[in-house]
Design a protein around this ligand. Structure first.
Ligand code: AMP
Length: 399
């Protein structure tokens, strides 16, 4: 069966067509600047590449173009849309109700509309993408895979915020957690590498990219995670502050006379690594500046590493001991220095970090970073959210 994976953002749309017989990627691509100038990059698994500016005023037109490229002409990989067994949609937020991947129907779409107020950035484009695919492929099964659903088993004492309980009951303000599809993939792959059942491993997975989150897994489910009501909480990120005293925000609002929207923009887009360093949100540029002796670049990197280290300590306590620590995503898979800074002085947790193995680990590949006698294993496991979405979609389609 072939599964089309669609990830619709506000002005972009990522897609992959995966052949589930061997999980190979037949084609992958990206539509950008939807609604403005429009352009597409489309790469087939056998190396053909198409790049062009192409007007796509709506998500529906973008998907229509993708379907045309997939089925017709020089860059086609199948001959008819009917060869797509099902479409899997990446959906960041499934609210409290959508706790597992599910067939998209009117009821699900209506529910997703009701939670747009708590998911204003990612909700509307995802809904547009799903509606467009339903219109263009009315007989093809559409499945939603929700980043939040991995956190359905988190205990109440970890997801309720210590504010009046009515905010949970009336406004659904609680920890939801994000990046769940990535953490779930990495948990499964780590268990495979270790030859164990995920149920038998106490694990901490660190998804460190431009947005970062750390999740604790026990008994094969997530028991805590660093992102919260929004992806703003937790680790210091590229442009997001991560966790800090909430009064910092209200104080700035009052003293600088800025609005809630401006304050959100400040902590979301201008803070974190970028805000502290004043250089960049990209760890490659931070590393180059730190090497030149730029104090604030080095400070921002230390803050990032220490915010992860503190979560590892906290989650090890929650897990009652750790078996495996895993790094994934852009920074986790590529930045050996940050991994070293996170793992140094964690011997008391049973982590013996192999500095040489870490430095020589090939970028973006699976690797073991702990010594042979380390009680806790430390691994790099590249994430693959699209494959996770395709697997969920295929298993629902097979029912
Ligand atoms: P992601 O959001 O997972 O795509 O990760 C993007 C981030 O990964 C970038 O902003 C960089 O900070 C980081 N990154 C990507 N490649 C490298 C690299 N080779 N070395 C260090 N950091 C990297």
């Amino acid at each position: 069966m072939r599964i089309l994976v669609v990830n619709a953002g506000s002005s972009s749309l990522k897609y992959q067509l995966i052949d589930m017989t061997d999980e190979s990627v037949l084609v992958k691509g990206l539509c950008e600047n939807i609604g403005t100038k429009g352009n597409i990059t489309h790469k087939t698994g056998d190396g053909r590449k198409y790049e062009a500016d192409y007007p796509m005023p709506t998500h529906k037109q973008a998907i229509s173009l993708v379907l045309k490229l997939i089925t017709e002409g020089e860059y086609a990989v199948i001959s008819d849309i009917s060869e797509i067994g099902a479409v899997g949609h990446r959906v960041a937020h499934g609210g409290e109700k959508l706790r597992r991947s599910t067939v998209i129907d009117d009821e699900v779409l209506n529910y997703l509309e009701t939670i747009v107020p708590i998911n204003p950035l990612h909700g509307p484009p995802a809904i547009l993408g799903m509606r467009a695919c339903i219109d263009l492929m009315p007989t093809t099964l559409q499945v939603g895979v929700f980043d939040t659903s991995f956190y359905g088993e988190i205990p109440d004492y970890n997801y309720i915020y210590p504010i009046p309980y009515s905010f949970y009951e009336e406004d659904r303000i609680r920890k939801y957690g994000f990046h769940g599809t990535s953490h779930r993939y990495v948990m499964g792959r780590t268990a495979e590498i270790l030859g164990k059942d995920p149920k038998d491993i106490n694990m901490i997975t660190c998804h460190l990219g431009n947005g970062s989150s750390v999740t604790a897994e026990k008994g094969g489910v997530a028991i805590d995670t660093s992102m919260g009501f929004t992806p703003q909480d937790g680790v210091v990120m590229g442009t997001r502050s991560g966790a800090m005293d909430p009064t910092v925000v209200t104080y700035i609002m009052k003293n600088k006379g800025i609005s809630a929207e401006e304050a959100e923009n400040l902590i979301n887009k201008k803070s974190g690594i970028l805000g502290v360093s004043g250089v960049s949100n990209d760890l490659r540029e931070i590393a180059a500046e730190a090497e030149k002796g730029n104090y604030r670049a080095e400070l921002s990197r230390k803050m990032l590493a220490n915010s992860i280290k503190k979560l590892i300590g906290a989650y090890t306590a929650e897990l009652n001991g750790l078996d495996v620590l895993v790094f994934t995503a852009g920074i986790g898979e590529n930045d050996a220095k940050v991994r070293e800074m996170v793992c140094e002085n964690l011997e008391y947790l049973g982590i013996k970090f192999d500095v040489n193995a870490n430095m020589s680990a090939p970028r973006g590949e699976e690797a073991v970073l702990s010594t042979a006698d380390s009680k806790v294993k430390v691994l790099v496991v590249p994430t693959n959210e699209e494959l996770m979405i395709a697997r969920d979609t295929a298993s629902i389609a097979a029912k």
